[in-house]
Design a protein around this ligand. Structure first.
Ligand code: 5RP
Length: 232
């Protein structure tokens, strides 16, 4: 089974188990979420479900519109029943690294407004400790003018290295949906207290959000190479 099929089985399982009629659904971002929206569209059509979809990115909004689903926003739907989102890595304590696609800020806002946050992923994201499997570090969304001081402060506080994300080598920095830059913190100490790290980094002036999701996710579905799904 391909990686894509592993993403699909996880996404379909989560949508089948968690999306209910007359509910508000948070739509995550990334390649695995594409399958979740596909499945939701099928269910809306065949079961005549009424679901309002709140996006976590420009990509998610485009997906909702493409499938003719009902688009909502937090202004009118400040409480979300369930958000289904991808992740770059999930550790044994259900701490997540997110933001590989640069959408961490809106993803965290929507997750924080959700009664439940469910992760869907292929088996390569299932990890014991953060950094065991995902090697691109922890994304930090920052206000552009502050990226150098923030980079220096993160290294001084916790070690490792910090890179300004750019889409193509020698091109300019990646700009998020919110007009900010992304720093990728390549941490070397895997035994840090991630709750403390998240709070400490967030206190640095100019940091908008981190891609560390601590105690936010209740359940994860990992699609396996054999076609089954492991739940955590
Ligand atoms: C985007 C994210 C994505 O959910 C994460 O990168 C996983 O993406 P994919 O499903 O493509 O592996 O956090 O900011």
């Amino acid at each position: 089974m391909s990686l894509e099929q592993a993403k699909q089985v996880a996404a379909y399982r989560a949508v089948d188990e968690y999306v209910m009629n007359n509910s508000v659904f948070g739509v995550g971002s990334g390649s695995t979420v594409v399958y979740a929206v596909q499945r939701l569209a099928e269910r809306v059509e065949t079961e005549n479900l009424k679901v309002t979809c709140v996006p976590t990115s420009f990509q998610a909004k485009q997906l909702i519109l493409k499938h003719n689903l009902t688009l909502g926003e937090l202004d009118t739907n400040p409480r979300i029943d369930v958000t289904i989102d991808g992740a770059d890595e999930v550790d044994a304590n259900m701490t997540l690294i997110k933001g590989g696609g640069g959408c961490l800020l809106q993803e965290k806002i929507v997750a924080s407004c959700s009664n439940k946050m469910i992760v869907i992923a292929d088996y390569t994201k299932d990890s014991s400790k953060l950094g065991d499997r995902y090697k691109k570090g922890i994304p930090i969304e920052v206000v552009p003018m502050a990226y150098v001081p923030i980079k220096n402060k993160v290294i001084a506080l916790f070690g490792g290295d910090v890179k300004l994300r750019s889409a193509i080598a020698k091109a300019g920095p990646v700009v998020t949906d919110n007009g900010n830059f992304i720093l990728d913190w390549l941490f070397t100490n895997q035994d840090l207290d991630w709750d403390d790290v998240n709070k400490t980094i967030k206190m640095i002036p100019g940091v908008v959000e981190t891609g560390l999701f601590v105690k936010m996710c209740q359940k994860a579905y990992f699609g396996q190479p054999e076609g089954n799904v492991i739940e955590r």
